[in-house]
Design a protein around this ligand. Structure first.
Ligand SMILES: Nc1nc2c(ncn2[C@@H]2O[C@H](COP(=O)(O)OP(=O)(O)OP(=O)(O)O)[C@@H](O)[C@H]2O)c(=O)[nH]1
Ligand SMILES: [Mg+2]
Length: 215
């Protein structure tokens, strides 16, 4: 929050779209950014933008207090721009998810895939889950042990997938462990929030990643 709020013209707020009290604060904060708008003659026009599947339409529905737009846990649910009046001096625009024209670093693509901002067919679940597993093991080992009941020392992301398959008894016909199913379990647990509160990236970890690439 400090990082975003230190940028010019940015007012960052952490909120859950599932908490009406959080959502109700948003129009007032937007008005702070554009105090010259917000009258019937010059309505405050708010555009909800972001990468796919982050809750833009959910936020809009929560602001409007009705199901104006479809929502769902997959990228590209919203396919076109939609405008609504919030009241007689504020309008809202919901937009389809935006993606960078080119994803420069592999780790960015993997983080977007782990968060389900990129469709499943574009990536391999096992590779994404192994990447996610590496981050979880490095930064949230206690949450991994709590959820999957395994010791994490010396483990990497691929080992974690194997360990989940073994502990859950995921097997394919023929008896081999079903690593794809275990990979999906890890991804879904992260996306559902059942592992706990996790940040894939912080300003410090990004700086570190960029330095490593340069080296
Ligand atoms: N826990 C939690 N889940 C949320 C929140 N906001 C949205 N979601 C869930 O996230 C998923 C995506 O929500 P959408 O509103 O469809 O996301 P979007 O950004 O409009 O997605 P696209 O239109 O596909 O770009 C849904 O399953 C929502 O229920 C939130 O604040 N908390
Ligand atoms: Mg949407």
């Amino acid at each position: 929050m400090d990082y975003f709020n230190s940028q010019k013209g940015v007012l960052a707020v952490a909120l859950s779209c599932k908490k009406p009290g959080d959502v109700a604060k948003v129009p007032g904060l937007c008005l702070k950014l554009a105090p010259h708008r917000g009258t019937t003659l010059k309505p405050l026009r708010m555009m909800i933008m972001g990468i796919p599947n982050v809750g833009k339409s959910t936020l809009m529905n929560a602001l409007l207090k009705r199901r104006a737009a479809n929502v769902g846990d997959e990228p590209a649910v919203t396919k076109s721009q939609q405008s609504f009046d919030l009241n007689d001096h504020m309008t809202l625009i919901d937009t389809p998810g935006l993606m960078w024209p080119k994803i420069e670093h592999d780790s960015d693509g993997l983080m977007l895939a782990a968060s389900h901002s990129i469709g499943r067919n574009a990536v391999i679940d096992e590779e994404v889950a192994a990447f996610l597993g590496d981050i979880l093991l490095a930064r949230y080992p206690a949450l991994v042990t709590q959820r999957y009941g395994c010791a994490t020392e010396g483990m990497d992301g691929f080992h974690l997938i194997e360990a989940v398959a073994k502990r859950r008894g995921y097997r394919m016909k023929g008896g081999d462990f079903d690593l794809e199913k275990a990979a999906l379990t890890i991804l879904q647990d992260y996306r559902d929030g059942v592992l706990g509160k996790i940040s894939l990236e912080t300003p410090a970890s990004r700086e570190e990643m960029l330095l490593m690439i340069q080296a």
